[in-house]
Design a protein around this ligand. Structure first.
Ligand SMILES: [Ca+2]
Ligand SMILES: [Ca+2]
Ligand SMILES: [Ca+2]
Length: 301
């Protein structure tokens, strides 16, 4: 691949490489941490390298990610479910001695900004280096959580408790030009109506919006997501076990919406509902159905 670090730009140490599409162009970049050996010669921080035409790798600059101090590991995932990759990094400040985890929100096209209140993660005060950082959905709610291995300090798991609407998985279009998708309008809060949108569907169609409580099992020994290829829908998956189906008409632009009232009941705080759009489309594939990605709605206050 022609990529090699640490030979022409000084005695550098790079740690914790992960991949992710940082700029949203559909191709994954290399994202890694850098040891701050000497701020005058080799700064630390999070580096992103991108492969361009002819396989040439270049560093993305002006990302908004920290350029120092030392970053021992990085994790990349869409933590807030807005469809844009976010980045967490374990930092060790050689000057102040502070060690912690910093969270950066992706704002699109390879730009990142420090997360409000650091997303509740400890920006400093950890006993030693965060030598391992990994994102994974440990509780199966569709939102990536975070685990940190701390040198001499054990492994700490942080649960992602962000509220609102997020998408997971992928929709399918069959032979149609566009993949239908779900979007949320505004926050999800107790006592406020929430608008669920269906976008990029077939013009004038009807979207059957399925709501359910599970994204892991259909029951009867069937696990989700369920691959619909054997039924004639290659690339299509069922992500939600629907308990209720509601038809939403799509306009000539293939857009539709429905308003979900969120009752004014405190007990609903952090309640989760899963949703997926199923759109009958005779000519799209032998199944005659295209699907959106899955969606998760977690109620905030
Ligand atoms: Ca990319
Ligand atoms: Ca995001
Ligand atoms: Ca989770």
């Amino acid at each position: 691949m022609g990529l090699r670090f640490g030979t022409s730009n000084g005695p550098s140490t790079y740690w914790g490489v992960v991949t992710g599409d940082a700029d949203g162009d559909g191709k994954e970049e290399l994202i890694f941490g850098c040891w701050q050996l000497d701020i005058k010669t080799v700064a630390g921080g999070v580096r992103i390298w991108k492969q361009g035409p002819g396989g040439k790798w270049t560093e993305m600059t002006g990302t908004g990610l920290p350029v120092n101090p030392t970053v021992c590991d990085v994790a990349a995932a869409d933590f807030d479910g807005d469809g844009i990759l976010d980045i967490a990094c374990g930092v060790s400040n050689n000057t102040t001695g502070n060690k912690g985890i910093l969270l950066y929100k992706g704002t699109g096209k390879g730009k990142f900004t420090a997360w409000s209140a650091n997303g509740g993660l400890p920006a400093a005060g950890l006993p030693r280096y965060v030598e391992g950082l990994e994102a994974g959905d440990f509780d199966g709610d569709g939102r990536p959580d975070l685990a940190a291995a701390v040198f001499g300090g054990g492994v700490i798991a942080f649960r992602n408790t962000s509220t609102g609407f997020h998408v997971f998985g992928k929709g399918c279009s069959g032979s149609l030009a566009r993949v239908p998708r779900l979007a949320g309008g505004g926050p999800v809060k107790i006592g406020l109506p929430f608008t669920l949108k269906i976008l990029d569907g077939p013009a004038g169609g009807t979207c059957l919006v399925g709501f359910g409580r599970s994204r892991s099992t259909l029951g009867a020994g069937l696990w989700l997501p369920l691959d619909l290829a054997p039924l004639g829908g290659p690339g299509c998956r069922l992500y939600v076990a629907p308990l209720v189906l509601k038809g939403v008409p799509l306009n000539p632009s293939g857009t539709g919406s429905m308003v979900l009232p969120v009752p004014n009941l405190p007990v609903l705080y952090r309640a989760v509902l899963y949703v997926q759009g199923l759109i009958p489309a005779k000519s799209a594939n032998p199944l005659g159905l295209v699907t959106t990605s899955g969606g998760g709605i977690r109620v905030g206050k």
